[in-house]
Design a protein around this ligand. Sequence first.
Ligand SMILES: Nc1ncnc2c1ncn2[C@@H]1O[C@H](COP(=O)(O)OP(=O)(O)OP(=O)(O)O)[C@@H](O)[C@H]1O
Ligand code: SF4
Ligand SMILES: [Mg+2]
Length: 349
Amino acid sequence: MTDHLLDVNDLRVSFRTEEGVVHAVDGVSFHVDPGEVLAIVGESGSGKSVTGMTLMGLTRSPNSYFEGSATLEGKELVTASDAELRRIRGAEIAMVFQDPMTALNPVQHIGDQIVEQIRAHDSRISKAAALDRAVELMERVGVPRAKERLRSYPHEFSGGMRQRVMIAMALSNSPKLLIADEPTTALDVTIQAQILEEIRQLRTEMNAGVILVTHDLGVVADVADRIAVMYSGRIVEQGTLDELFYDPQHPYTWGLLGSITRIDRDRPGRLPAIAGLPPSLLDPPQGCHFRPRCPHEFDRCAEVPALEERSGAPGHCDRCWLSPEDKRRLRVVGEDGQIGLDAKEAPVA
Ligand SMILES: Nc1ncnc2c1ncn2[C@@H]1O[C@H](COP(=O)(O)OP(=O)(O)OP(=O)(O)O)[C@@H](O)[C@H]1O
Ligand code: SF4
Ligand SMILES: [Mg+2]
């Protein structure tokens, strides 16, 4: 038993497909405490969404397989019944999806959708009281003239406003855990900053735990308390924001840091990129999954490195066999102090 709000232990999720078994999540462990923002970052296809969706029971299908454990206040989610998960979804864990249009009903007024969400988990609340609460929530997440806009349809809202509505719906039952999956990716930089500010305030005011999924390390710098870096179905490094930014241990993290786009600076003509492609999840390399792209690979890397405290800082864990001294010597530090991998220059996409 632990005191964590969410405790994920050696979680594995695989899917049977025509090409073979996809090991989308391959032994992931992390925790989230109340009032804490954990960011999960990593390249496309690393298993971030599958991890988040599995906590909500949204990856269940005849072709999916689960191992390991994920508990919310001690209650197991992986083996919970479908009925139990339906109750937990929305009430205890809420999720904001990357594309709000897929999660909102295009032919129903925004206000009615929020009211339905509120009443689904609180059958005693009257429609009028639920409407008042809907207005309050919309104002809370920064939708101007919220009362007038209850009768709008999703297409009448901008992308940023739709994302706010999604956040209002996710918060309607004061969840203990909010999973925000790329909540800002489709939005311009100013709106991104506002949405992230909302998430920050909400975790403080409601003391909810937040998992913020993103592939953009720059976006999390302001909001996250801790970061978990995912690569090819595994967490390869986990630590506080300062540990990850100023003393990163895993070569993949160096590569990610070397590819940050700084909001406060002009975008350079060329960004460093990590050479090579992520491995196939159908047939990942033996041992460390980063081997084919790692310039520092050596014999031992054919064995799987466990996610362990290796840097000397309690709670700062990584999956790389290099000694901490070698890591600090081998990572590349630019003139501006920014850490990177000795990556090849690549054109901006
Ligand atoms: N239902 C499924 N059946 C088979 N494979 C799946 C299924 N769902 C996800 N996958 C695969 O699992 C891997 C991880 O996907 P996931 O969506 O978690 O990536 P992600 O890290 O969220 O990426 P992105 O940044 O692009 O959103 C991908 O290779 C994906 O194709
Ligand atoms: S374990 Fe080996 S291959 Fe993997 S990141 Fe470390 S040095 Fe590179
Ligand atoms: Mg995703």
